[in-house]
Design a protein around this ligand. Sequence first.
Ligand code: AHG
Ligand code: MN
Ligand code: MN
Length: 280
Amino acid sequence: MENILKSIELSAMRIKDAIDVKDFGYSNEQNSSGESQLQLDIQCDMIIEEEFSKIDSIHTIASEEKEKEMLLHEDGKYLIAFDPLDGSSLIDVNLSVGSIFGIYENSFEGSNLVASCYVVYGPRVELVFAYEGKVKLYLLQNNYFEFVKEIRLGEKGKLNAPGGTQQNWMPYHKEMVDGLFQEGYRLRYSGGMVPDLHQILLKGGGLFSYPATSDKPDGKLRKLFEVFPFAHVYTMAGGYAIDGKEELLSLDTKHIHDTSPCFFGSKYEIDRVKDVYSKA
Ligand code: AHG
Ligand code: MN
Ligand code: MN
């Protein structure tokens, strides 16, 4: 696992350089979710593939930017699913973006997730790694990821990050979101799940939601490389991660690009979601 973390760190440093210097034109390709790929999305995917190819313990990789899984080392133990550049449509307006990694054993199932990691490329580059019951924050300084602190979520926060197009929300979802605002919650939503979820984690709590909507009944965010890794980080930090009713990590996956509605937060807010969704 140490080798894997090292290769994520190396990838992150190379991706940071790519973000800083490359132009951001669109390629002529679409990814498996039907989104236009930026040249930068593809470049970041290649950087990670290259770094992971050097690690013998990695059996298979799956990426947001690859249609199919790819075998790397027949004798490897781990399967890694990753989103090389999350929030890439925010690059041209210079908002924070990220990379997300889910490290699985045996097969790509939420229940087989053994470690998860994400990197935030913002004013500073930070890395969060969840493994063996601990969630640790690192800061990139002089080509080295220095340990900063362990992260724990509080029981209740103050931030609300409601994703999806409101016009397409279910009425009970809107009522739940409005209810939190009426209690004094503040809106914090950049449109990048990495910085949005990172903010809630570091400010001690709140709610990030990307619900089922009338146009996207299974939500937008992808299970293997967006939803499950953050579900793992949040639960290990003492928070909760559900699809409205069930724990996200207990859901099955049929296809590597499957999506799910998702809610991440501290106890108070997730209890609220469960209460509303159990009556829906
Ligand atoms: P990606 O750039 O990898 O396709 O992911 C973008 C995701 C996620 O970061 C964010 O939370 C969500 O899309 C935002 O979607 P909306 O614009 O529908 O709110
Ligand atoms: Mn993404
Ligand atoms: Mn992406």
